[in-house]
Write a protein that binds this ligand. Structure first.
Ligand SMILES: *[C@@H]1O[C@H](CO)[C@@H](O)[C@H](O)[C@H]1NC(C)=O
Ligand SMILES: *[C@@H]1O[C@H](CO)[C@@H](O)[C@H](O)[C@H]1NC(C)=O
Ligand SMILES: *[C@@H]1O[C@H](CO)[C@@H](O)[C@H](O)[C@H]1NC(C)=O
Ligand SMILES: *[C@@H]1O[C@H](CO)[C@@H](O)[C@H](O)[C@H]1NC(C)=O
Ligand SMILES: *[C@@H]1O[C@H](CO)[C@@H](O)[C@H](O)[C@H]1NC(C)=O
Ligand SMILES: *[C@@H]1O[C@H](CO)[C@@H](O)[C@H](O)[C@H]1NC(C)=O
Length: 423
């Protein structure tokens, strides 16, 4: 009897203990994997542990709990899944408490002579334009509110056409002034010559292509972006805002214009926003796509930069960034490089009003989610057309429909919910 009772008691205690552990686990799962539920797969992110009060600065106390997540879970660039770099050191996640000393570490070699900005007069920079649209901006009667700069390659004709019909359609905000430009370099070889001919025909038809004479390669993405900055500085300095993005993106330009930038407000100055990457350390793994040789960037930490999949800035910054780039050695990581230029001119990227606007991963589609975000990454041109049209035809009740669908689905088979085709 005695034995049984004691046994029973320890049994109950064990059970209670297990239950409380389970409760704690459920709580933690809900807390930690919250971003997963809102579209961000958790495996794409890894925690960046910040030392010393980064979250406590007076700048950050306006953050809602949601936005705080962005600073805790910083996501990785998504374009390739590279087994070698899946460890938490892609761009580097090691916490560093040391001060950013990018300016010293950069050892900006100002002696590298680049034509670009002679005594304050803008020139085309080190590479001449092959295709240019110098009058696109001047033709626009109100100074353009938004200029889209879309990095693309000659062969991506389909992607450009899809963008023209969807988020890059200039009639989305023609009354405000909305310009779309594709950025390209030059391809080599016979194929390159053929592509160039086709590109020139495409340019005559759409007048939305600018191209300079540099080799179009992943490592030259920085040059491509700087060409865009140069174009704005030279031919469209009065533009309100610029967005730099890629051709495999979904961009909700309407939300961007009317909800984030808001034409009714006085245009901001020195404004730069996007998916803020804060506290990232250079990746020192030589096998990584994001490897940064210490000789090029000896610093322990990058200044805050915004993911190159989509960032937005005020028109005044194009010239400032371009100008300062002439004194800073080029790094092949375009978004990091622009971040360094920003730090150099003393501009800190502004965190967007919520952490789910600028996604550099792919957010699973629902009209509700997509009517409330600005970027989502990794789209085939066909998917872009499909989702865009769905979103347009469900604009008025984007979220009501989703709710109904969900409810219907839940009724029919809650177990198979994930397997149902996305509407
Ligand atoms: C943020 O904190 C600073 C000082 O800690 C305070 O002055 C400011 O009012 C706070 N802002 C908000 C929105 O809480
Ligand atoms: C991954 O790393 C191993 C050894 O470090 C190397 O042999 C292999 O080629 C790398 N793979 C890729 C895809 O970089
Ligand atoms: C700057 O670059 C020039 C030529 O590219 C080189 O001769 C010089 O040593 C460099 N200076 C520094 C400080 O790196
Ligand atoms: C700037 O340089 C150009 C020639 O490069 C010269 O014609 C012009 O007068 C200069 N302007 C100023 C303000 O120095
Ligand atoms: C852009 O949108 C307008 C109005 O919705 C439409 O008439 C036009 O065909 C679109 N342009 C393209 C290239 O699809
Ligand atoms: C970048 O473009 C320049 C100019 O065409 C070329 O010399 C260089 O090799 C290119 N760099 C890479 C890494 O492709």
């Amino acid at each position: 009897m005695q034995w049984r009772r004691r046994h029973c008691c320890t049994h109950t205690a064990k059970l209670l203990y297990l239950l409380s552990l389970l409760g704690l686990l459920v709580f933690l799962v809900h807390q930690v994997w919250f971003p997963k539920l809102t579209g961000m797969p958790w495996w794409r992110g890894y925690p960046v542990v910040y030392g010393g009060g980064l979250l406590h600065g007076s700048k950050w106390n306006t953050s809602t709990p949601r936005t705080v997540w962005r600073y805790v879970i910083a996501s990785q660039p998504t374009s390739t899944v590279d087994a070698n770099t899946s460890s938490p050191e892609r761009r580097g996640a090691s916490p560093h408490q040391g001060k950013m000393n990018f300016e010293n570490s950069l050892a900006a070699n100002t002696s590298q002579s680049q034509v670009g900005d002679v005594n304050g007069t803008m020139t085309h920079g080190p590479f001449p334009y092959i295709i240019n649209e110098p009058d696109r901006c001047a033709e626009n009667q109100p100074a353009p509110f938004l200029v889209l700069l879309i990095a693309t390659e000659a062969r991506q004709v389909e992607a450009r056409n899809a963008i023209r019909q969807t988020w890059g359609n200039e009639s989305i905000a023609s009354d405000l002034g909305f310009i779309r430009l594709f950025l390209l370099g030059r391809k080599e070889g016979e194929l390159g010559l053929l592509q160039q001919k086709m590109l020139q025909a495409e340019s005559r038809r759409h007048h939305d292509i600018i191209q300079q004479d540099f080799l179009d390669s992943y490592k030259n993405l920085t040059i491509k972006t700087l060409m865009g900055m140069n174009w704005v500085a030279m031919h469209c300095p009065q533009a309100g805002y610029i967005m730099k993005t890629d051709s495999d993106m979904f961009v909700n330009t309407e939300y961007l214009i009317y909800k984030l930038l808001r034409p009714e407000l006085k245009p901001r100055k020195k404004y730069f926003t996007g998916n803020n990457m804060r506290g990232f350390a250079p990746n020192r793994n030589k096998n990584s796509k994001w490897y940064m040789p210490p000789e090029l960037y000896p610093g322990e930490k990058y200044p805050t930069f915004c993911s190159g999949t989509g960032y937005v800035f005020s028109g005044d910054l194009a010239r400032k960034i371009y100008h300062t780039s002439l004194t800073i050695r080029h790094l092949h990581l375009e978004d990091v490089y622009v971040g360094i230029c920003l730090a150099n001119i003393g501009v800190e990227p502004t965190p967007p009003p919520n952490g789910f606007l600028f996604n550099h991963w792919r957010v699973s589609y629902s009209s509700c989610k997509y009517s409330h975000l600005i970027t989502s990454h990794g789209f085939h041109p066909n998917e872009l057309l499909k989702y865009w049209h769905h979103l347009q035809s469900n604009k008025r009740n984007a979220c009501i429909n989703t709710f109904k669908e969900k409810a219907g689905r839940a009724h029919s088979s809650w177990l198979n919910e994930e397997k149902q085709p996305v509407q």
